[in-house]
Design a protein around this ligand. Structure first.
Ligand SMILES: NC(=O)c1ccc[n+]([C@@H]2O[C@H](COP(=O)([O-])OP(=O)(O)OC[C@H]3O[C@@H](n4cnc5c(N)ncnc54)[C@H](O)[C@@H]3O)[C@@H](O)[C@H]2O)c1
Length: 252
C-alpha cells in the first residue's frame, strides 16, 4: 500500500495498545515509523514486528514529558529518516480518583503525560513541518473530555487537547499542517484492563458493562482507532483540520 509512501511518522506511546496498532497500520501503508515509548523494550519489540512484516520502523526510548528528550528524539528521527511528516500524540496514562482523594501527584502526572507532552511534541515537530510546508498532527483525546467520574485530571487533559488542536490548526494551517484529534470511547487495551482491575471487576465484566452502554453493543479495538488516525494523517483528509473525531461506537 502506498498511502504513506515517502512519509515519516512519529507515534508516541507506541509500545502497546492504540499506539502500537497505529504504528503497525501506518507502516503497512508505506510510512517509515518512529516507534516512541517510555519503555524502550516495548518500542523495540513493536519496531521489530513491523520490520518482520516488511515495514520500515525504528524504536526510540523517550519520556514525552521531558522537553530535552522530546527535542533530541525528534531531531534523531529526522536525521535517521530524512524528514517528519506525521506526528501522532498517543502516549497517555490514567491516575483515576474522586477529587477529594486526588493527590497533586496524580493531577500533575496526568496533565504532564497527556497534555504537556502534546505541546512539547507539537512544538518540536512544527519546526520541521513548517520548513517543509507539510504536516499532519493527530492527538489522542478521549470521550472522557466530556466528563467522567473519577477522572478530573484525565478529563481536563483530554479536553485540553481539543482546545490545543483547534488552536494549532489556526496557527499551523498557513504552513500546510493539518491538526486534528480523535476521541475514543472504551477501547480494549492494557489501560482499560488496569481500570477494570482497579475497580474490582474482571476485564470481561468491565468490557461487558461498557458494551451495554454503547449503541454498537461492543467495546472498540485498537485497530479501529488506528484506522481513523491513519485517515486523518492521510491526504484523503487534506481539508480537515481543527477537528476532534469521536470513535466511540455511537455513545453520546
Ligand atoms: N483505551 C481506551 O479506552 C482509550 C480511550 C480514550 C483515549 N485513550 C487514549 O489513547 C492513548 C493510548 O491508550 P492505550 O489504551 O493504548 O494505552 P496503553 O496504556 O495501553 O499504552 C500507552 C503507552 O504510552 C506509553 N507512555 C506512557 N507514558 C509515557 C511517557 N511519559 N513517554 C512515552 N511513552 C509513555 C506507555 O509506556 C504505553 O506503551 C492514550 O492517550 C489514552 O489516553 C484510550
Amino acid at each position: 500500500m502506498t498511502r504513506f509512501r515517502n512519509r515519516t511518522a512519529i507515534v508516541t506511546g507506541a509500545g502497546q495498545g492504540i499506539g502500537a496498532a497505529t504504528a503497525a497500520l501506518l507502516a503497512e501503508q508505506g510510512a517509515r515509523v518512529a516507534v516512541v515509548d517510555l519503555r524502550t523494550d516495548r518500542a523495540e519489540a513493536v519496531a521489530r514486528e513491523i520490520r518482520d512484516a516488511g515495514g520500515v520502523a525504528a524504536a526510540f526510548g523517550c519520556d514525552v514529558t521531558d522537553e530535552a528528550a522530546v527535542t533530541e528524539t525528534t531531531g534523531r528521527v529526522v536525521e535517521e529518516f530524512g524528514g517528519l511528516d506525521i506526528l501522532v500524540n498517543n502516549a497517555g496514562i490514567t491516575r483515576d480518583n474522586l477529587l477529594f482523594k486526588m493527590g497533586r501527584d496524580d493531577w500533575d502526572s496526568v496533565l504532564a503525560t497527556n497534555l504537556t507532552s502534546v505541546y512539547l511534541c507539537c512544538r518540536a515537530a512544527q519546526k520541521y513541518m513548517v520548513e517543509a510546508r507539510y504536516g499532519r498532527i493527530v492527538s489522542l483525546s478521549s470521550r472522557s473530555a466530556l466528563g467522567a467520574r473519577g477522572q478530573a485530571n484525565y478529563a481536563a487533559a483530554k479536553a485540553g487537547i481539543q482546545g490545543l488542536t483547534a488552536t494549532l490548526a489556526i496557527e499551523l494551517g498557513p504552513f500546510g499542517i493539518n491538526v486534528n484529534a480523535v476521541a475514543p470511547g472504551y477501547i480494549a487495551t492494557a489501560m482499560t484492563a488496569a481500570t477494570a482491575l482497579r475497580v474490582g471487576s474482571t476485564v470481561e465484566d468491565h468490557q461487558e458493562r461498557a458494551a451495554q452502554a454503547t449503541p454498537l453493543r461492543r467495546v472498540g479495538q485498537p485497530r479501529e482507532v488506528a484506522s481513523v488516525i491513519a485517515f486523518l494523517a492521510s491526504d484523503e483528509a487534506s481539508y480537515v483540520s481543527g477537528q476532534t473525531l469521536y470513535v466511540n461506537g455511537g455513545a453520546r
